[in-house]
Design a binder for this molecule. Structure first.
Ligand SMILES: NC(=O)c1ccc[n+]([C@@H]2O[C@H](COP(=O)([O-])OP(=O)(O)OC[C@H]3O[C@@H](n4cnc5c(N)ncnc54)[C@H](OP(=O)(O)O)[C@@H]3O)[C@@H](O)[C@H]2O)c1
Length: 439
């Protein structure tokens, strides 16, 4: 790692290592970096630092449990490989790059680093979604910085985009594809494959964990949505208040019916603030084939931000993977090295609801008999819900007949009440599948 012409470490307050800015200006040197967690992203960060050799950044430590099995020969010769977190935290590193993931012990390392006046860069969406506000306050009080540009949508600069590029707007709505695993599964199912087959393929390619619940259940996406809501809508929400819907109930027939309706299905995370009412949802939704959301294939991510003044802005690209995510991490490090100014985004704690007024797609699987459609129509009419279309494809057996009812925009809670009555009908073979339709 060359140390030629290092930049000044001047920050808007004290430097990460606790030196005052004036002292750093007298002794400019690269930022000393410790990577905590040498896995997919951690090793990619080291790879970029080793190949690009930014003069502002110097990798000095790598921490990992069982570190000997992680050692590589392409990092700078002086790098200290350690399995002693406390020793690295009390060393003279300026920035801890936390890439181990999870709430603990990662959260403990981050707190200790910030307490010591160091800065932290992390890709850990769970930690930021649940503890970001508290950790940012700690960083501010100790003169360090906390940056997490990689925590949402991996390599797509949606967080810096919200913090800076769109700070002048009043954001009213965000919607996006925030989980690459689900997008891979759903874009393959769009081509006719069934869920179990595609999940196995995703696991074989390393896109899905052995236990995929965090992804397919929507928990990963809701952490990311909570982070975006704070930056875009300026609200602090407890991620647990957003109840995600899994993609596991989708069947190939849903993609076939969706196509007949000019749509496909994606796992969408959306939040909006309309007339003081805040709502958020994560789950499979119908998106029109002409919508940018439908264009995202495989593990791509996409975020559409709607501003009161600026209208729609679309961010898209690789939302996961070692190298794309590492780009976001290294970009955060460069911002720190160039003298990050703390971005103040005021936000207040609020409760979030799930009430959207949108059209819905409801797929039933029934043991056919006369009167089923009339009974469903009756329950919907009682709730003042207008049917838009009834679609039934030929070629399915009467004893397991899938058909779809779409309804005009109605409140989610009103539709749920009607469905509570409908699901008691003895012809229903499975729970009706109720999906929002984005228009
Ligand atoms: N991968 C992506 O595409 C992606 C995208 C965006 C954000 N992220 C986020 O980036 C972070 C890292 O993800 P990753 O995919 O790189 O994970 P990973 O491949 O599992 O790497 C994590 C590394 O941290 C080490 N580690 C975990 N817990 C530890 C502990 N308690 N003590 C010491 N070392 C520990 C692991 O060691 P072992 O090898 O011993 O397990 C592993 O080397 C996560 O917060 C993730 O959510 C990842």
């Amino acid at each position: 790692m060359t140390k030629a012409s290092p930049v000044s470490l001047a920050h808007d307050s004290a430097s990460p290592s606790g030196h005052c800015a004036a002292q750093d200006k007298r002794h400019p040197r690269p930022l000393r970096i410790a990577i905590f967690g040498f896995g997919t992203v951690g090793s990619s960060v080291a790879r970029i630092l080793a190949e690009s050799r930014p003069r502002e950044l110097e990798l000095t430590h790598v921490f990992n449990r069982g570190v000997e099995r992680k050692r590589v020969d392409w990092t700078p010769p002086g790098v200290i490989w350690s399995e002693d977190a406390a020793a690295v935290l009390s060393s003279d590193v300026d920035v801890i790059v936390e890439l181990a993931g999870g709430l603990d012990p990662a959260g403990e390392w981050v707190r200790r680093a910030l307490e010591a006046g160091k800065s932290v860069v992390t890709a850990n969406k769970k930690l930021i979604a649940y503890h970001g506000v508290e950790l940012e306050r700690l960083a501010e009080s100790k003169g360090g910085h906390l940056k997490y540009g990689a925590a949402v949508a991996g390599g797509i600069p949606v967080i810096p985009g919200l913090e800076q590029g769109l700070a002048g707007d009043r954001i009213e709505r965000i919607e996006g594809i925030l989980n690459g695993t689900c997008n891979f599964i759903l874009s393959q199912m769009q081509e006719g494959a069934d869920y179990a087959t595609v999940l196995a393929a995703a696991q074989a390619k390393g896109y899905a964990e052995a236990d995929p619940t965090e992804d397919v259940g929507g928990f990963d996406a809701r952490s990311k949505l909570a982070i975006l809501m704070r930056l875009a809508l300026r609200v602090q929400v407890n991620p647990d208040e957003i109840v995600p819907r899994p993609i596991t109930a989708l069947a190939p027939v849903d993609f076939s019916y969706a196509r007949d309706l000019g749509c496909t299905i994606r796992q969408v995370s959306c939040a909006e603030q309309v007339e003081g009412r805040l709502a958020a949802a994560v789950g499979p939704m119908l998106v029109e084939l002409r919508s940018p959301l439908a264009w995202s294939q495989d593990t791509q991510n996409m975020v559409i931000v709607t501003g009161h003044y600026g209208g729609d802005v679309v961010f898209s690209g690789h939302g996961a993977g070692g190298h794309p995510t590492a780009v976001a991490v290294v970009s955060d490090l460069l911002v720190l090295a160039h003298g990050s100014r703390r971005v103040e985004i005021p936000s207040a704690p609020v409760h979030v609801g799930a009430e959207f007024e949108v059209p819905h797609y409801i797929r039933f699987l029934v043991n056919d008999r006369p009167g089923i459609v009339a009974a469903i129509a009756g329950a919907l009419a009682k709730a003042q819900i207008n049917i838009r279309a009834i679609v039934q494809k030929a070629g399915y057996p009467a004893h397991a007949l899938p058909f779809v009812v779409t309804v005009e925009p109605c409140k989610s809670s009103v539709l749920e009440r009607a469905l509570a009555e409908i699901r008691t009908m003895d012809c229903m073979l499975v729970e009706p599948l109720n999906l929002q339709m984005l228009e």
